[in-house]
Design a protein around this ligand. Structure first.
Ligand SMILES: [Zn+2]
Length: 251
């Protein structure tokens, strides 16, 4: 198969996966909800990030790979278990991102399933209950979407967009919050749109550092997003709590 054909097949597969096996959560049009999430969970997200969230009484979702504990990733030192326990005690959501940061689109289920189980065991040992999932690299196909749907209460993808009117719990859309890429105007526009549409906007990032890599945010940018969302009257809820909130208002 040529590279172009292969790329087209993957795009078609991703499109098919995106648009099948949906599980809709109705979102009543109301105050916008903004969720912040941190993937891989760098040490700085647990410390600098959590302190900033605390200032705004915001609770976030931290998508953890157990295999990254105390490891360096992209030049960033990652979490240790006690910090995840503290985040959990503080009302943040600690959720799964595979144990080994696997590309779920490329790995067979015979590899994925034991890896998920290993991360479950890692979180179990910390006393953290099973929650949702975020696909590493935002990569998934139909079989991994289906397998994740059987295991987790929700799955988050990347690739942009927000949830309006309804949310696919098996593929929640999210927007990058990257200091080198996302401008303040884009953040303002996204939050304005969320407010106007009564939508649910999810941001994702990695480290929270004054010198972040290409996939991280700065304390100043995170503060700007938190402040803009709060000034706009949005509820700042982690993903788990946002789902509970929408279920409660539609019950
Ligand atoms: Zn990741």
């Amino acid at each position: 198969m040529s590279a172009i054909t292969h790329s087209l097949v993957r795009k078609a597969s991703r499109f098919a996966a995106r648009h099948t096996l949906q599980r809709w959560l109705p979102l009543q049009r109301q105050r916008a909800v903004v969720s912040f999430s941190f993937d891989d969970v760098a040490l700085s997200a647990c410390t600098t990030g959590a302190a900033l969230l605390q200032e705004y009484q915001a609770r976030a979702t931290f998508f953890v790979c157990g295999g990254l504990e105390n490891q360096m990733e992209q030049g960033q030192l990652c979490h240790h278990g006690a910090q995840l326990q503290q985040l959990h005690r503080d009302g943040h959501e600690v959720a799964c991102h595979t144990y080994s940061h696997l590309n779920c689109e490329l790995q067979p289920l015979s590899v994925l399933r034991p890896d998920w189980a290993k991360n479950r065991h890692y979180l179990d040992q910390l006393g953290i209950p099973l929650s949702g999932f975020a696909f590493p690299f935002g990569a998934y196909d139909l079989s991994s979407k289906y397998a994740a749907a059987q295991r987790f209460s929700y799955s988050r993808i990347t690739g942009g967009g927000m949830q309006q009117g309804r949310a696919d719990l098996h593929a929640l859309r999210a927007q990058a919050l990257y200091a080198g890429k996302t401008t303040e105007q884009e953040i303002r526009n996204l939050i304005t749109e969320a407010v106007e549409q009564g939508a649910w906007l999810i941001f994702y990032s990695h480290e929270v550092s004054d010198q972040p890599g290409p996939w991280g945010t700065t304390p100043a940018q995170l503060r700007f997003a938190l402040q803009t969302a709060r000034d706009a009257g949005c509820d700042l809820l982690n993903i788990r709590d946002a789902i509970q909130h929408y279920r409660a208002v539609s019950a």
